[in-house]
Design a binder for this molecule. Structure first.
Ligand SMILES: [Zn+2]
Length: 256
């Protein structure tokens, strides 16, 4: 496509910066134990309300999507190279992307987000500027369709806490960052319930990414900003038990 290796390399590095930075394996591991107040605070966010109303209540948690002008502005900040065109993807990979678009439809984001599969070493899914969903090639290969849907649901949920998240990052407030991650996990589970996907797909997806990245790249520099995987598993289990049974929307049931 007329991209010099150097340009491709540079843009890949630029995109990688939007994802988790990684360090050598010698970096000290994250906190050994989960933090109960973080888990309980996140759980309370959901359980403070009425169970039957929860799905409708959390619909209104999502902000309006970015405007077309803002979307264009964000897209203009991306390099032209570095993403893998659809034509270079296999059938299985395209099916996974199509499945994740169904999650976006639930939140009215299917025409808002640009989906970009990018060539970076780590397995990651990230939302950039509330308008670009970055899915790394290793993540697309590693995850099953429902697992990718679970992570996409998590990324959309970040929109609910967008400025909060960046404030916590600026202030180095790790407890808040971890709580926000759990809140996004929780909202993702509510979304998954609506499309009839087992919440355990979220934790299996997170485990796959973590294992892949640790084996190849070592412990992430910002690993302490994330809850321990065991804590996320406990949180997902407890919230899933509390939530009302699968409320499968007609769109999801018909496999639209
Ligand atoms: Zn997150």
């Amino acid at each position: 496509v007329g991209v010099t290796p150097r340009a491709r390399h540079r843009s890949a590095a630029w995109l990688a910066a939007a994802l988790a930075p990684v360090a050598a394996a010698s970096v000290a591991p994250a906190f050994a134990a989960g933090n109960p107040p973080v888990l309980e605070a996140a759980l309370h966010y959901f359980t403070r309300g009425d169970t039957p109303r929860i799905v409708e209540a959390f619909d209104s948690t999502y902000p309006a999507p970015v405007t077309p002008a803002e979307r264009e502005r964000v897209l203009a900040t991306l390099p032209l190279e570095g993403d893998i065109p659809d034509a270079e993807l296999g059938g299985a990979q395209r099916r996974k992307l199509a499945a994740s678009r169904r999650v976006l439809e639930l939140h009215g984001r299917e025409a808002v987000y640009a989906l970009k599969v990018i060539e970076v070493p780590q397995a990651a899914v990230a939302l950039h500027g509330r308008a670009v969903l970055l899915i790394s090639k290793p993540a697309l290969e590693l995850l099953e369709g429902e697992e990718l849907q679970a992570l996409v649901a998590h990324e959309v949920a970040h929109e609910c806490f967008w400025s909060d998240y960046f404030r916590a990052r600026r202030e180095g407030d790790r407890q808040r960052l971890r709580t926000l991650e759990l809140l996004c996990d929780g909202l993702a589970i509510v979304t998954l319930r609506r499309v009839g996907i087992d919440p355990a797909r979220l934790t299996s997806a997170l485990e796959k990414l973590l294992r892949y990245n640790r084996e190849r790249l070592g412990v992430a520099l910002n690993e302490n900003d994330y809850p321990e995987i065991s804590e996320r598993r406990r949180f997902v289990k407890r919230l899933a038990e509390w939530l009302p049974g699968a409320e499968v929307s007609s769109a999801a049931a018909s496999g639209r």
